[in-house]
Structure formats: C-alpha cells, structure tokens
Design a protein around this ligand. Structure first.
Ligand code: F3S
Length: 485
C-alpha cells in the first residue's frame, strides 16, 4: 500500500447490535457476551472491524460502547507510524488495567499485532490475544482459548485468505465497504504493509458482487471498494476495470469509489472505466510521495516524475475529476534540492488535496535495514510545514473556485455541528454542508448550488433537480432501479 494514513479513530459505534437486539425473540435470554472494539488506521481496518463484528455477532457477542461493560475488548491497530503504535500500547494498558473482571479478554489485532507481536508480549503482558489481519476467521476460537487462560498469538500470514463467505456486520448506513484485494506485492522501501498484510490476492468477482448486492439490498447507496493497491486487482481473467463496471451495474448502487490505488496500475482500461461509467466517482487518490526522481528511486516506487506526470495528465483529462495525493517528506538522505522538487511538483500538478507525512523509520522495511534516516527531525518538520502551507493555498483556491457551481451530492448523515444541517459529498469527494429540508435525508441524491467555501468544506443551497419541481429533492431509488447521476 502506497499511502500513509493518519491515525484516526474509526467511525462511531452506530452500526452495532445492542445487547437487546442480540436476544432472539421467543427464547429465554441466552447468556449474551459483549464486545468493545476500537479501530485505528485505514479504511481496510474499518472494513476488517466490521468483518470481526459480524463474526462475533454470529458467535453471540453484542457490541457495547462501554469498555467497562465488555467481556471482550479488541483494539484493531495500524503499523504505519511508530507514534500510533505507542498510543496503542498506552491505550491497551489503560483498558487492561480497567478490566472489570478477570475473565475479560483483551486483544490487540490488526497490523501492529502482526508487526510487533513479540514486543506486545514483552511490553504488554496484560494483553491476552494478539491476532494479525489473516487470523480473523479463527477469532472466536482464539477468544475462547484466551478465556481459558492461554496467551494466544495468531499472526500467521495466509496467501489465500480473502475472507470469502464471511459477512461483515449488517450495514445500516449510506456507505458500504467491500474488500476486494488484500496484501501488497509492491515493497516500497519505506512501507511496512507487505510485512503486516502479506502477499497480494484478489477476492473472487462472484463473492464481491454477492457482497455488493447485499449492501444495496440493505439500502447502501455508495459502495467503496478497498484494497492495499486496489487497482492491481486481478482474479483469474478479471481485472479491475471489468470489476468496476460490474459493480456499478448492480441495481441500487448509486456510486462506486475505490481506495487506495497504486499509480502504475492505472492502465488505460481502468481510466476508460472511470471516464465511461457515470456511477464510478470522479475522484482518484494518486500517491506521488516525492517530486524527486532520486528519492522515488530510493523509495522503489517504480516510476519517475515524468511517468507519474503522464498518468496524471491522462486522469486529469477525465471531466470533473479530482486528484489527491500522498507526500512523504524527509525520506532517507533527502537533500534540500530533492525536497524543492516536491514543492515544484505540487505547484505544477495542483492536487486537490494531499496527505502529508514526515518520514519515520519502520522496523523490518528495506529502508530501515539499508538506508540511513539522516534528515534531522527538525528539518523534516520545517519541510513538512512548507508542503502543508503550499497545499493549503492550492486546496483553498480549488475550493473557492467551486462557489457558484451546481453539484449532485449524496447526503451521508446529519451534520455533527447542527441539527439543521446535513453532510453530503460531491462525486469528487468534496464535503458539502446542506440545510435540512423535506427530502434532504441520508441516502438522498440532491442538487446543490455551492454558496460558500472553506479550505475543507463547501456549503450548498439545495437546488431543484433539473426537470423537477422546486420542493422535490430526489431520494435515490432504494432497490431495483438503476438511478441516474
Ligand atoms: Fe495501517 Fe495496516 Fe492500514 S499498517 S494504513 S492499518 S494496512
């Protein structure tokens, strides 16, 4: 996986079954256990948490938002940054010491579990369970074993595991995730993901489409296809372009997004599928990492700036497309001139947005073994601040240019700021706040005229859909209809 994703707490626990909902009607109350789960890291981890919750739900665990009430506490972790791992150690210590009863099982799962299994055992003896991203199918057994008093470590990587046939917890929102590909074969020198998630493998198209249909039937409007290098997807003779078109053709699906792609795997047929399929969103995350050819070579990204530029131009030719990126600053030996090349690339390409990071060494990677991390921390921070300032200016200009435009937006949820507003997104993944109005509800596709912009958010007035009376904001057809964008 090419991009680094900031540590973030994943979405609220809203799609959890309650303790009551775990009790079948008409039966005496069975002993219901509860699970508390925290998720850190990328979208793949959010999807993996839903997968674990589905499995645990079927195994008799209802979800709780209160760790003090839980029989099982899981922390699903990321290994991309050291700081994130340290925070997990602190969190595990807090949750471990707050365990209400001795039979409560505390587990660290996910990428950090895979990356630091021995260190977790050494530094956090109160952790009962250490499970890597390929061990979730055995989770119920592992938990039972841990409850019996064993310290369980299940970090075996599996070249075949795609969790086929294992349904995540039932979706109840507007957005649904389907993991189409796991693992990574790219081995960029800075990246720990191939070591935490193993080799690349795609799920069978039939299984992917089964999951997409289930999401659409549950009322999901936007399907996000996930993979560490999602556009490298291949299963037998089916490639990513064909899969995108097939997913977009599922009845009830209004939008299709994907994350996170690898630049070189944007083959012409993939770009054509994006351009020609109205339901495939016009937003691509294209992680550049550095504007310097020498740095790109040290990173083993597989492209130089000119090659990236060619791909970028092909994607930019798709009408309305937004392109975001990742920039990794201060990578091993980065000279001032090499850093300036990244600043020049930013100005030249004018990305719509960027995740920016200062490089920190990750144990086990090629860079940690062979390339000294020579750029002083202070220099990294100064360069990072320069890159962030440049990107804020560019993004601010692009956002300001949206004012006055009419956009079709998908309403995702009520706004956290005010009960009178809702949060929606454009096709190009820009956040738009729209006022609450009849028909403007989560799941609705409405037209909005952009009236104001900040660097992160657009504000829109709901406009009557073309050809419809002023009051009728159209709700996306729930099932059966294809809908139009
Ligand atoms: Fe982190 Fe693992 Fe995702 S290392 S970014 S949670 S693939």
């Amino acid at each position: 996986m090419s991009e680094l994703i900031q540590l973030k707490k994943a979405r609220a626990n809203s799609d959890a079954p309650t303790i009551d909902s775990g009790t079948p009607k008409g039966f005496p109350n069975p002993p219901v256990r509860t699970v508390y789960l925290e998720t850190y890291g990328c979208q793949m981890n959010v999807a993996d948490s839903d997968l674990m919750l589905g499995l645990l739900d079927r195994g008799g665990y209802a979800r709780t938002d209160d760790p003090a009430a839980a029989d099982l506490i899981l922390i699903n972790t990321c290994a991309v940054r050291e700081k994130a791992e340290e925070r997990v150690f602190a969190r595990a210590s807090m949750l471990g010491h707050g365990k209400a009863r001795p039979d409560v099982v505390l587990g660290i799962v996910g990428c950090m579990a895979e990356h630091l299994k021995d260190e977790i055992r050494r530094r956090a003896p109160h952790v009962d369970l250490v499970v890597g991203p390929d061990g979730y199918r055995r989770l119920l057994d592992s938990v039972a074993q841990a409850r019996g008093g064993d310290a369980v470590t299940d970090t075996r990587l599996d070249r075949e595991e795609t969790y086929s046939g294992l349904d995540p917890i039932a979706a109840d929102g507007v957005i649904g995730h389907v993991t189409i590909q796991r693992g990574c074969d790219k081995f960029c020198t800075f990246c720990v993901v191939p070591y935490t998630r193993g080799r690349e493998r795609g799920a069978a198209p039939r299984e992917i489409l089964r999951q997409v249909r289930a999401l659409a039937a549950a009322g999901v409007k936007e399907v996000q296809l996930l993979g560490q290098t999602v556009n490298s997807y291949r299963y037998e003779d089916v490639g990513f372009a064909a899969l995108l078109r097939a997913v977009a053709a599922v009845d009830g699906v209004e939008r299709v997004r994907f994350t996170s792609p690898y630049p070189l795997d944007f083959a012409d047929d993939v770009i054509a599928a994006i351009a020609e399929t109205p339901k495939v969103c016009k937003h691509v995350h294209l992680p550049l990492q550095s504007g310097s050819d020498a740095v790109l070579a040290r990173m083993r990204r597989g492209y130089d700036f000119a090659t990236f530029r060619t791909l970028y131009d092909k994607l930019r030719a798709v009408p309305g497309i937004a392109i975001t990126t990742d920039l990794l600053i201060g990578f091993c030996d980065e000279s001032d001139e090499e850093f300036r090349a990244t600043l020049r690339a930013q100005e030249e390409l004018r990305f719509d947005g960027a995740f920016t990071f200062a490089y920190s060494e990750r144990e086990g990677t090629y860079a940690a073994r062979k390339l000294p991390d020579t750029v002083p921390a202070e220099t990294k921070q100064e360069r990072l601040a320069e890159v962030i300032a440049a990107q804020q200016r560019i993004t601010g200009e692009i956002m300001a240019a949206q004012v006055g435009r009419r956009e079709r937006v998908l309403v995702e949820q009520r706004s956290k700021r005010s009960a009178d507003e809702l949060m929606a997104r454009t096709d190009a993944f820009r956040t738009v706040i729209v006022p609450a109005a009849p028909g403007v509800e989560p799941g609705a596709l409405v037209d909005a005229t952009i009236v104001r912009a900040t660097i992160a958010t657009l504000f829109g007035a709901v406009a009557p859909s073309r050809g419809e009376p002023a009051s009728s904001a159209r709700r996306a057809p729930s099932r059966g209809g294809m809908g139009t964008l």
